[in-house]
Design a protein around this ligand. Structure first.
Ligand SMILES: Nc1ncnc2c1ncn2[C@@H]1O[C@H](COP(=O)(O)OP(=O)(O)OP(=O)(O)O)[C@@H](O)[C@H]1O
Ligand SMILES: [Mg+2]
Length: 252
């Protein structure tokens, strides 16, 4: 179980997260949508202390901490329970696909190399890149690089994987294979919090869609409700714009 209560983040005078309350059950797939600059990335980054929140209570499994009092040990514990998939993959260019996947297991979890590599090869199989174990990121397609990024998150065995627009920097031809891998994880009931503009993915895969605007959660619900019968005019307005750009998934 993951929970944030009254999460606040300010940058200077700007309140970017203005009291976010969100609870995620184990195995739940949550998609976060909303206009640019609304605080979606900041929310994800605060959950694993890539940003230091200004207020709030964070519960991640057996970790329960007032974010303003989080110790170094609390922050490390939060990071172990949250794995991040970045828009730009953030792979080590000088490490192979296998090394990228197992780096955290060896450095953070202090697994022996042989055990980590065995796990890494198992993950390479699950992400469909068995034959790319020794390939460096520069020789992989964007889609393959992002699948390695997801593989690295899978290796961490975190409570939740946080995806920040995982397909946004991909050429269109690579988007589907990354979404397919995310669907596979969702089918295995990996808990996921996904920021994406892929409304088709949200509609097909999410248990719950959260619409954010201006640092607040405006509305949330199952995709059928949020897409077909949004309650808040701001949600309706946002959906009208994005669905016009993605006509394949107009409300039925
Ligand atoms: N490190 C920072 N310093 C100052 N302001 C920041 C910082 N990071 C984000 N912001 C501001 O916080 C607000 C929310 O940014 P955030 O990146 O969370 O939005 P977003 O919803 O992810 O947008 P997008 O859809 O464009 O990715 C924006 O106004 C942004 O300019
Ligand atoms: Mg963002």
């Amino acid at each position: 179980m993951i929970q944030v209560a009254n999460l606040v983040k300010r940058f200077g005078d700007a309140t970017v997260l203005d009291g976010i309350d969100l609870a995620i059950d184990q195995g739940e797939i949550i998609v976060v949508i909303g206009p640019s600059g609304t605080g979606k990335s900041t929310l994800l980054r605060c959950l694993n202390f890539l940003e230091r929140p200004d207020a709030g209570q964070l519960t991640l499994g057996d970790l329960d901490v007032d974010v303003t009092r989080a110790t170094r040990a609390d922050i490390l514990a939060a990071r172990r329970r949250t794995a991040f998939v970045f828009q730009n993959y953030a792979l080590f260019a000088n490490k192979t696909a296998l090394q990228n996947i197992v780096e955290g297991l060896i450095v953070v979890n202090r697994w022996p190399k042989a055990k980590a590599h065995a796990r890494g090869r198992e993950i390479l199989r699950r992400i469909g890149l068995t034959d790319k174990a020794d390939a460096y990121p520069a020789s992989l397609s964007g889609g393959q690089q992002q699948r390695v990024g997801i593989g690295r998150a899978m290796a961490a065995q975190a409570e939740v994987i946080l995806f920040d627009e995982p397909t946004s920097s991909l050429d269109p031809e690579w988007v589907e294979e990354v979404l397919a891998l995310m669907k596979q994880l969702a089918a295995e009931r990996q808990t996921m919090l996904v920021v994406t503009h892929e409304m088709g993915f949200a509609r097909d895969v999410a248990d719950r869609v959260v619409f954010m605007e201006g640092g607040r959660i405006v509305e949330q619900g199952p995709p059928s409700q949020l897409f077909n019968a949004p309650r808040d005019p701001r949600t309706r307005d946002f959906l009208r714009k994005v669905l016009a750009a993605q006509p394949a998934i107009q409300p039925s």
